[in-house]
Design a protein around this ligand. Sequence first.
Ligand SMILES: Nc1ncnc2c1ncn2[C@@H]1O[C@H](COP(=O)(O)OP(=O)(O)OP(=O)(O)O)[C@@H](O)[C@H]1O
Length: 250
Amino acid sequence: MTTHPALEVTGLTRTYGDGPNAVHALAGVDLAFAPGSFTAVMGPSGSGKSTFLNCAAGLERPSAGRVLVDGRDVTEDDEDARTRLRRERLGFVFQGFHLLPYLTAEQNVGLPLRLAGRRSDRARVRGLLERVGLADRAHHLPTALSGGQQQRVAIARALVTEPAVLLADEPTGALDTITAHEVLALLRDSVDTLGQTVVMVTHDPVAAAYADTVVFLVDGRVAGRMDGPTADAVAGQLAHLDQLTRVVAS
Ligand SMILES: Nc1ncnc2c1ncn2[C@@H]1O[C@H](COP(=O)(O)OP(=O)(O)OP(=O)(O)O)[C@@H](O)[C@H]1O
């Protein structure tokens, strides 16, 4: 049996503008994310992290290079196919939660199934709410939930379609330390017990330490990689990369 990476990018390049004003947000990135792996993507401001996530999510078309989801090349997909890809094969968790305010927790979690034209599966939705510790909040609206609870609902929602990859953009950026730990532990648990693949952009070395691997971007290129990261080791590496960036810029 061949197993493809859950997500793979090859020669990923994204240039904004042209001529002397061109910005090379991504300058040829090769990365493969194995099924059931948890990877943190880090790097100084402007290093290309958001651009990478947007290209992986099919929100932006790369200038060159390929994006493969579950072994399928999605680079040339048209708009409809990209929308389907986002609904059916990718899960998203954002810093600002992005729950629909007029839907209950249960309805928010079930929404991706409805959007994908799949039968709403109440047992599955309930099971996920239980997994994230919110079975007793199923009928609450987001405004009646704390930030951490809203992010746990968002994680349940991201998992409901069993996506090839869960893409998380600063998922704990708006949370206090204890709540952030709960959310990161949940992401970790989805990898360990469901075999979920998670790719998370973060500025926080403590958050990155929950991952199996940290990938460092600098100036749109992969500048390093750390397996089995600790918060201290990641912070040290980031300080070093910041220094390098300043030296190159000066
Ligand atoms: N739409 C755009 N038009 C022009 N330049 C852009 C655009 N989007 C991003 N860039 C530039 O591309 C580079 C990479 O940006 P990106 O947002 O991917 O970095 P980042 O690592 O996510 O930064 P941050 O940590 O500050 O969010 C930056 O120099 C940025 O100014």
